[in-house]
Design a protein around this ligand. Structure first.
Ligand SMILES: [Mg+2]
Length: 369
């Protein structure tokens, strides 16, 4: 089962990848969103060039070959691109086995709880609380994540007092029975982060994401040690040395790798396994409704140390028009749970209308063509 072609279907925001084999198998995957047209170029130049002609089922070896050959280029674009091929190969593996990817990974669930995840900071606390309340009634969500601080804000809030006000407003509006999570997106120094953390604890918030600049691991660890609330992070990280440092020193209470930033399922499994050995749960980062949320659902439904919920973005076509109508069936939420199909592979069909509007490129295995 030799990889015979790697195709990209790119837009500026997202690029799908189709891998075909000489046996006639085909699998669909996706690179990490944003600047995806640039990432598609990397797929052909620095990933496909190495994997064409390799055994499609030896995903582990194939990851290694790409990273070895491109050892001078181990930055985000390489991993973003690698995810496109890695995720397509898991689709092929599932289709050949007649199992969903989740089943291949040992899962047998048909749904998984989600938390409703806001991407907005330019929204007033009242508006945020009101839309969450409406979504709770519509979809049965029981867990909600909203934004505090300003992204990489150096202790300066989005506007004065917003952080304190939104925490208070969310709890007052949604009541005491719901789970509240916050994301500070690298916003605070340790002193301010700890001060905010005590306030979060007072309002029963249970998940405090990325309180400090994520590259300042010592700062994050200081906050984790000072607070009882779960401090979480890791979405941007893709380097295994960093993951080991983070986990070995318990810099966070919950790890949050992003499958697309990590380079795919194969490398993310290693992080989850390493965290499991340390008794640390894994709650993946999946901040939009492209295939990353599908990958995360299959993954979380299978691993032993899965956190309590899959991240599910509440932003629709008004905010992220690019994530609509890529594949079918689309995501379905019932009583706060995301439904998981047991169809082989990722269990989806790519929408021909979406394909028709994307930029197409193909790399062939020259030995077989
Ligand atoms: Mg985050």
């Amino acid at each position: 089962m030799i990889i015979s072609s790697v195709e990209t279907f790119a837009t500026e925001y997202v690029s799908l990848v189709r891998v075909r084999t000489d046996d006639g198998d085909e699998g669909w995957g996706q690179v990490s969103p944003y600047h995806a047209d640039l990432t598609a170029e990397v797929v052909h130049r620095q990933v496909a060039s190495h994997v064409l002609g390799m055994d499609a089922d030896d995903i582990e070896a194939l990851n290694q070959v790409v990273l070895d050959r491109e050892h001078k280029f181990q930055g985000t674009y390489l991993y973003r691109a690698l995810c496109g091929v890695d995720s397509a190969l898991w689709d092929i593996r599932g289709k050949r086995a007649g199992k969903s990817v989740s089943q291949l990974l040992g899962g047998n669930r048909s749904e998984f709880p989600v938390y409703a995840s806001s991407m907005k900071r330019d929204i007033s606390p009242r508006q945020e609380a009101e839309r969450m309340l409406a979504l709770r009634d519509q979809y049965g969500y029981h867990s909600f994540k909203f934004r505090i601080a300003a992204e990489c804000g150096h202790d300066i809030d989005q506007w004065p007092g917003r952080t304190e006000e939104i925490v208070k407003t969310m709890r007052a509006t949604l009541g005491d029975d719901v789970t509240l999570l916050v994301d500070a997106n690298s916003g605070f120094t340790p002193k301010k982060a700890i001060e905010v953390g005590h306030m979060l604890t007072d309002f029963g918030v249970s998940h405090y994401e990325e309180p400090c600049p994520y590259w300042e691991l010592d700062w994050t660890r200081e906050v984790t040690r000072a607070l009882d609330i779960d401090v979480t992070g890791g979405e941007q990280d893709n380097n295994m040395i960093v993951w080991k440092q983070m986990i070995d020193s318990h810099a966070v209470d919950i790890v949050q790798p992003d499958i697309c930033y990590m380079g795919g399922i194969t490398r993310t499994l290693k992080v989850a396994e390493y965290a499991k050995q340390a008794g640390i749960p894994c709650t993946l980062h999946s901040a939009n409704l492209s295939m990353v949320t599908l990958f995360s659902l299959h993954f979380m439904a299978a691993i032993e140390n899965a956190g309590k919920y899959v991240e599910f973005s509440i932003e629709g076509s008004d905010y992220y028009p690019w994530q609509q109508h890529i594949f079918s069936p689309g995501f379905e939420i019932r009583d706060g749970n995301l439904l998981l199909s047991d169809k082989p592979g990722w269990g989806i069909e790519i929408e021909p209308e979406w394909i028709a509007l994307s930029d197409y490129r193909v790399s062939y295995n020259k030995a077989s063509s």
